[in-house]
Design a protein around this ligand. Structure first.
Ligand code: C2O
Ligand code: CU
Ligand code: CU
Length: 488
């Protein structure tokens, strides 16, 4: 019953009336929700870098955050902060993390970009029920859909048999991921390795994880989310951009190179990021990595398209600006994101971006099999893959362990498509070569209206059930997900 949390009874009514959904919802990738609270001036808050997790336990609990001046926002948090603490792990060194649930609702934790055995992947019905709840009273979900539930806590095991990359963790509960992430359940997880450590990239204070989200607020400062309003089924867009949980923050930088690990953790908003003013000579962003870690070679961009869940690891050289310059990071079509104020100090910079970054982006061999997945909308408004709404336990594909497959994604709308378990390589966009943002190892690829994107993936190490889904969280909650089962 509660699965259609966002849409609620609205969709059923429309479906029953037989009204063509496309007549009702213009093909826009989301609808703007306006705040009822007064909004601050941009660049009043100072950027905060999320704390690094110490220990191996995260407590999920409510916390009152100060996001808007003079108001508090009751958030759902990992250890009391939004974003949650940054988890840092080492490639090749197994890690385990225990999550305790002191929230009023069940949760599921997924490590996005993690190469993780099925039992620790955060399958959407493998819920951690709140502490103190008894397992008999599963009032949250239909008993028939009960997954591998635990009460109060769960320990996730991450082998970390994967290369250095910017991962993130977030809630993944079936039907409720959109509101749970919106309330604050998201954090960074950085994997480091020797290959990357050997490069002279900017580090320390000059390496900044930046989580970009958009939100709307109620008059009392609480997050405003349109639960039950079918007008927002294309996706919820907020009118405030938060970076690391604060509105349009400002950060003082030395005139030197910085590594920015950009993550779009918004429910539905895409950004076209640019620097204003652009640096002399262009190529504002030197991309060094993608979702799955370092590129083979750096790629210069004047503008970066980043869809929900994508990561871009870029180096920006603020040494190209005069001390005193104020450099805004903007969304070309949507206004400000944050600002960097270039100071006169700290000119020393021994960092560099080598022409060869990584040797581990080798192309995959030809596929054993090609499959096509169509992302579309059903007459009742639900979002579907190959005409099917998500149902746990129904696999749309059964790839074999160790084999390479090409998966073609086609659509008539906008969908950021995400695969669990393995990173992939884009092999074509619209039967052509790659787009500017398709390079390297990725786990999320932006599919725009009327596009076809093919990716190559090898299913490695773990058998079992994993997910393929749209990462527009409103689409995901409205059933645009599928299981695939890796078989031995
Ligand atoms: Cu970031 Cu299955 O999701
Ligand atoms: Cu994921
Ligand atoms: Cu979608």
């Amino acid at each position: 019953m509660k699965r259609r949390a966002l849409l609620g009874a609205g969709a059923a009514a429309l479906g029953a009336a037989g009204i063509g959904w496309s007549l009702l919802t213009p093909k826009r990738p989301g609808k703007l929700l306006r705040s009822r609270a007064p909004l601050p001036e941009p660049f009043a808050a100072r950027l905060v870098v999320p704390p690094v997790l110490t220990g191996e336990e995260i407590i999920q609990r409510e916390a009152d955050l100060h996001i808007l001046p003079g108001l508090t926002t009751r958030a759902w948090t990992y250890n009391g902060s939004f974003p949650g603490p940054t988890v840092v792990t080492r490639s090749g060194r197994a890690a385990s993390l225990t999550h305790r649930n002191q929230l009023p609702e069940s949760v599921v934790v997924h490590l996005h970009g993690g190469h993780t055995p099925a039992g620790s992947d955060g399958y959407p019905i493998d819920e951690i029920m709140p502490e103190g709840e008894s397992p008999g009273t599963t009032h949250h979900d239909m008993a028939a859909m009960a997954g591998d539930m635990t009460v109060g806590r769960r320990t996730y095991r991450y082998p970390m048999n994967q290369r250095a990359a910017t991962l993130w963790y977030h809630d993944h509960r079936m039907g409720f991921t959109g509101p749970a992430v919106y309330r604050g359940l998201a954090g960074f997880h950085l994997v480091r390795d020797d290959e990357e450590d050997a490069l002279p990239l900017p580090r320390g204070e000059r390496e900044l994880p930046l989580m970009i989200t958009d939100r709307a607020f109620e008059a009392d400062g609480s997050f405003r989310y349109p639960t039950g309003d079918s007008a927002y089924m294309n996706g919820v867009l907020g009118d405030v951009v938060l970076v690391n949980g604060l509105p349009w923050p400002v950060h003082e930088v030395d005139p030197a190179r910085y590594r920015l690990r950009l993550l779009n953790a918004s429910n539905a908003r895409r950004y076209q990021l640019e620097l204003d003013p652009p640096p002399p000579g262009g190529n504002a962003f030197l991309q060094i990595g993608s979702d799955g870690g370092l590129l083979q070679r750096p790629i210069g961009h004047d503008s970066l398209a980043i869809a929900p869940a994508e990561r871009f690891d870029v180096v920006v050289d603020f040494g190209r600006y005069k001390p005193g310059a104020q450099v805004r990071l903007v969304d070309r079509d949507g206004g400000d994101v944050m600002r960097f104020d270039v100071t006169g100090a700290g000119r020393d910079d021994d960092s560099a971006v080598p022409q060869e970054l990584s040797r581990t982006v080798e192309p995959l061999p030809p596929p054993a099999r090609v499959r096509t997945f169509r992302f579309n909308q059903g007459p009742d408004g639900t979002w579907r893959i190959n005409d099917l709404e998500y149902r746990p336990g129904r696999a749309l594909a059964r790839p074999r362990l160790g084999e390479v497959e090409h998966w073609r994604f086609v659509t008539d709308f906008h969908h950021p498509i995400h695969l669990h378990l393995n990173h992939f390589q884009v092999v074509s966009r619209n039967e052509n070569g790659l787009g500017a943002y398709d390079h390297g190892w990725k786990d999320t690829v932006d599919l725009r209206a009327s596009e076809a994107v093919a990716v190559a993936v090898r299913f490695t190490d773990y058998t079992g059930t994993f997910m393929l889904h749209c990462h527009n969280l409103e689409h995901e909650d409205m059933a645009m997900m599928a299981d695939f089962v890796v078989e031995a």
